[in-house]
Design a protein around this ligand. Sequence first.
Ligand SMILES: [Zn+2]
Ligand SMILES: [Zn+2]
Length: 292
Amino acid sequence: MYELHHLKGNTYYIDGPTNCGVYVLNENKDVLLFDCGTAEDGPKIYNALEKNGMHVTHLVFSHCHADHSMGCHYIYERTHCKMIASKVERGFFRDATLDRGFLYGGYPLDEYDSKLMHVDSNDEIYSLKELPEGVEFFHLPGHHFGMIGLRTSDDVYFVADTLGSIDLIERAHILLIYDVKGYLESLDFVKSLDGKIVVPSHNEVTDHIAPIVDFNKSNIYDIIDILKDFLKEEHNCVECTSYIFDYFELKITYNKYLIILSTIRSYLSYMSNAKMIKNYFKDNRLVFKAEA
Ligand SMILES: [Zn+2]
Ligand SMILES: [Zn+2]
């Protein structure tokens, strides 16, 4: 773990709980780093680059979540690199309460971990217009508001949290999704990259991504079917969330509840918008029911 691996041409990655991309920009071994792990990962990633004589001049974030961004304090202090993120994600970097407020749907309880989701940074973060030559971004809707991936000039694709490994899905059962429709579209895009080198954040690097995409898609359709079945009787969102915890025998914690409640809201919106279920008010509750 935390080793620098060469992929193709100027493109490398560092393996870890969150795989990070590395693109060599010039002969001085100045590099662009794509994501930088947690606070614990930051020093290890920095050392892996130093060991190989590489200096970070650009740090690009796929999105604001802590496992992709918290390492930035350690790396920025030592390099004063140019940090770059998409417009919406830059907003989330500005205040740690934004993401918790979004997930909770109001002012969150004190029990929620303020460091759960992402870094609170006062350092300047620049727009995607500042990306150096040799890399281009693409939008990856679904997991978070403004998540992006990167394609390097070596035709290597970094696809962030578009998908989880089979092992992760088998353990977690349900991954955080903000926009189910966008998530499915992003999965289709990543599937179209089959045959190219693809680096997901939480799966091994592969040039045959299609089976992992299919596994992720079928997991989403399974959850839709489980909810549809439960919604043969009318239920509200909180009841659906509780059912999902029971169904997968998930251990409940404040943070887990926050993530799954938000994700179930997103599933119910997707299913209702796609007319798989209907929604209506009953006894001053917003309830959902499968179409007969
Ligand atoms: Zn994430
Ligand atoms: Zn992640």
